[in-house]
Design a protein. Structure first.
Length: 128
C-alpha cells in the first residue's frame, strides 16, 4: 500500500514530465490509499484546468482507491508531524495518513525531502 500525494496525481492527469515515474505507483488502485485532502487538492486543480466532465472523471479514478478521511486521531498525528517537520497543514495530513497506515508516501513535493517513508520523484536534471 502507498499514498500518492496530490503532486503525483496532478502530474499523472496532466501528463506532466514526471507522469511516467508516477504511473507504476498508480496502476493498481487497490494498492493506493488516498487522503481526502488529496481528493480536495486534485479536484480543485482539475476544476481550474479541465472541463467539469474531465474533473469528475479524475474524481472517479481517485474514488477507486481507498479514501481515508481526516478524523480527530489523524488530525492529532498531523499536528505532531507538522510541528516536528515544519509541514503545512495539508502536507502534514497527507503524511500522517501514510505514516499511520504504514505506507510509503510517493510525491514530487520537495517539502517532504529526507522524511522517513517518502519516495521523492524529481526530474533528472534542472533542465527537464
Amino acid at each position: 500500500m502507498r499514498v500518492v500525494d496530490s503532486s503525483g496525481w496532478i502530474e499523472y492527469f496532466a501528463d506532466g514530465r514526471l507522469a511516467p515515474a508516477f504511473e507504476p505507483f498508480l496502476i493498481d488502485p487497490d494498492a493506493v490509499i488516498t487522503p481526502t485532502t488529496v481528493l480536495y487538492e486534485v479536484y480543485r486543480w482539475a476544476r481550474r484546468e479541465c472541463t467539469d466532465e474531465e474533473a469528475m472523471i479524475m474524481v472517479g479514478q481517485l474514488e477507486q482507491t481507498t479514501l481515508e478521511p481526516l478524523d480527530g486521531a489523524l488530525a492529532i498525528v498531523a499536528a505532531e508531524l507538522s510541528a516536528d517537520h515544519a509541514l503545512a497543514a495539508a502536507d502534514a495530513a497527507i503524511y500522517a495518513t501514510a505514516r499511520t497506515n504504514g505506507c510509503e508516501l510517493v510525491t514530487a513535493d520537495a517539502d517532504f525531502r529526507d522524511l522517513p517513508g517518502v519516495v521523492l520523484i524529481e526530474p533528472d536534471s534542472p533542465e527537464d
